[in-house]
Design a protein around this ligand. Structure first.
Ligand code: ATR
Length: 271
């Protein structure tokens, strides 16, 4: 059995062991996968120990994604852009590699739902680490324009400037939002915290899709807003979770698992 794990703090509610065990079964891969609670001040040691004990690769979740990025000897292009990694593995020389599969997971989930990104206008709410992690894969799909709106407008402007070489992307505050959008993505955790940002300036284009990167039992606040606004497609982040895991699994094992049955199983559990 080759060993994999997810590191986080807290970690007990992580769905990753279930997801990866399903992928292993489905693809006939002899891998084990467990959750490891790393101490807040002991992430690097925990990862090193895992490797010494035979670990082949790992996922990283909150709050260690940036620290994991700094630990890597080699990074994929998208991880370098994201400034964070959620997927680690060691090569034959023992060098540590880092990738981020969150954005690919989001794009895969959007495409699976039939959402078109090319030549569309996209609004992303938020400008934190979670948003930074998905910008390159979104821009790779060549939207007409990607607008970042954030409570702290300056943060969105700076983030937009970091990605300006990849396409038309601009940042500002919620009060700067203008025009209508084919896709609105919520990348703030506000929806879970009980209040939404001021979305009064957001207009959905006919047939628009909305996506909350967060998820929970039932609709998130952002999804409730999207429904009131008449979004044609209205999704939350469970699919992104399963599909980023599929991307990680593929990165490690060079086998693409089918995310759909695992997503169905998790959805049934949440209902
Ligand atoms: P993460 O890594 O999860 O993205 P983060 O880097 O702390 O976390 O970023 C959180 C994002 O959600 C930020 O864009 C934050 O806005 P600010 O940059 O103005 O702080 C946004 N956010 C958090 N709570 C919010 C709220 N209640 N309303 C609006 N935006 C919120």
């Amino acid at each position: 059995m080759e060993q994999y794990a997810v590191f986080g703090h807290p970690i007990q509610h992580s769905r990753s062991p279930f997801i990866h065990q399903q992928f292993a079964r489905q693809t006939g891969q002899a891998v084990s996968y467990r959750a490891i609670l790393a101490p807040l001040e002991g992430f690097a040691d925990a990862v090193a120990q895992f490797h010494q004990q035979g670990g082949k690769g790992a996922n990283v979740t909150m709050p260690f994604k940036e620290e994991a990025y700094r630990l890597c000897h080699h990074l994929t292009d998208r991880a370098r852009r994201a400034g964070a990694v959620n997927t680690l593995w060691w090569d034959n020389n023992g060098a540590l590699w880092g990738d981020t599969t969150d954005g690919a997971g989001l794009v895969a989930d959007l495409l699976a739902a039939g959402v078109v990104l090319q030549h569309r206008r996209i609004l992303v709410l938020g400008a934190g680490g979670a948003v930074r992690g998905v910008l390159q894969p979104l821009l790779d799909k060549q939207p007409t324009e990607l607008v970042l709106a954030n409570r702290t407008a300056e943060k969105a402007r700076l983030l937009a400037a970091d990605f300006a070489d990849l396409g038309k992307v601009q940042g500002g505050g919620f009060a700067d939002i203008d025009g209508s959008f084919d896709l609105v993505i919520n990348g703030t955790p506000a929806s879970m915290g009980g209040s939404l940002p001021d979305l009064s300036r957001v207009t959905l284009a006919p047939g628009a899709a909305c996506y909350d990167m967060a998820y929970g039992a039932g609709q998130t606040l952002f999804q409730q807003w999207a429904e009131r606004e008449g979004a044609k497609i209205n999704l939350a982040g469970l699919g992104m979770l399963v599909r980023q895991a599929a991307e990680s699994f593929n990165q490690w094992r060079r086998v693409a698992p089918d995310a759909n049955p695992v997503l169905q199983a998790l959805k049934a559990e949440l209902e």
